[in-house]
Design a protein. Structure first.
Length: 346
């Protein structure tokens, strides 16, 4: 193998990310070819990595490549009592919609000596990267594995990641596996239990309905119902307030009433009449202090969704779609903590 250019397979979490990374490392001079999946292209270019000139192939998955499910007959609803699902065997498999991506990874891995994982630097990204590793090592056991850690798609971040490759964080990946297994076991057991139970009690209404249970969905539903009830039970009440303003050549100045508002119309009217009897006001003191506008702190995705919904009337799904697009363009980036988003120039 001496004297030969080593071949390196690079795998990102999405096609847009793979294209952005390839664009940086190749200075925009990559060659594109098709994989088995029409949505996940392969970008080829030359680059010096691991102190060796290398032939780089950059491709991607589309999020999680594998799914966790119960083994064999446990997948059938009437195969066992719901309680048995807490101990039933589980395994990961590749869904039909991702098998073309898996075939691409297997073909490319057979031709490469090195695999570099470019998935997002959070727990989910580590888990997706581990799935890619498992698929590639199944066909090329001796392939060398590295992890690129980066926070955005700027040239500085991407080049730095190439120069400081590390090993994958398998513990973070294991944490995701544990959470996924708990979600599967709890969700499947309780969904089957309450669906089968309630179908017997209300056969005319629920005979063809699934009564789903989710450990995250139920608390979320509670928040939604709580907010809905608060809105439904809200009783609007008329209030009154005094509005005082002064207009000058420089503009208009509004003065805020310390009491803000009154719910008694008569009391507010009395105060209004007192003011109108002596309409000339006198400024008795001016308190001023310097005010600094600090740069914004990293914004968590949950807060991002709430602000976008309240201020811009954009739903959570569309908000995250826009955030992902900005992320892939390098305009915002996710910090190594799991949820924070920060603008690059802040």
């Amino acid at each position: 193998m001496a004297g030969r250019t080593q071949k390196v397979l690079n795998v990102a979490e999405k096609n847009d990310a793979a294209k952005a990374i390839a664009d940086v490392l190749s200075n925009g001079r990559y060659r594109r070819r098709e994989g088995f999946s029409k949505f996940n292209k392969i970008y080829e270019f030359e680059f010096n990595i691991l102190n060796k000139q290398s032939s780089m192939s950059m491709t991607s998955v589309s999020g999680h490549l594998l799914e966790l499910d119960f083994k064999g007959s446990y997948q059938k609803w009437h195969s066992c009592q719901p309680v048995a699902l807490f101990d039933a065997g589980v395994e990961k498999h590749c869904p039909d919609q991702f098998k073309d991506i898996k075939r691409t990874l297997e073909r490319e891995a057979r031709q490469c000596q090195v695999l570099v994982i470019w998935t997002d630097c959070d727990r989910e990204g580590e888990n997706i990267g581990t799935e890619v590793i498992d698929v590639c090592k199944a066909v090329k056991p001796n392939i060398r594995i590295y992890r690129a850690r980066f926070s955005d798609f700027t040239p500085q971040s991407i080049i730095s990641a190439c120069c400081n490759l590390v090993q994958p964080d398998y513990r973070s990946s294991d944490a995701v596996n544990v959470r996924s297994e708990l979600d599967l076991r709890i969700g499947a057991a309780f969904t089957r239990f309450q669906t089968l139970r309630l179908q017997k009690i209300f056969p005319n209404v629920l005979s063809d309905q699934v009564i789903s249970y989710g450990s995250c969905q139920f608390p979320t539903l509670g928040f939604v119902v709580e907010r809905y009830k608060a809105i439904q039970n809200f009783i609007p009440e008329m209030f009154h307030k005094l509005k005082v303003s002064h207009e000058t050549e420089d503009g208009r100045v509004d003065f805020n009433w310390k009491r803000n508002r009154l719910f008694n119309h008569t009391a507010c009217l009395v105060l209004y009449q007192i003011v109108m009897e002596n309409p000339i006001a006198r400024v008795i003191s001016v308190n001023s202090r310097p005010k600094s506008k600090w740069r914004p702190q990293p914004l968590e995705t949950v807060e991002l969704e709430k602000l976008a919904s309240r201020k811009l009337r954009i739903n959570a799904k569309e908000t995250m779609k826009i955030a992902e697009k900005l992320y892939n363009q390098g305009l915002v980036f996710f910090l190594l903590s799991r949820f924070a988003i920060l603008h690059m120039n802040v």
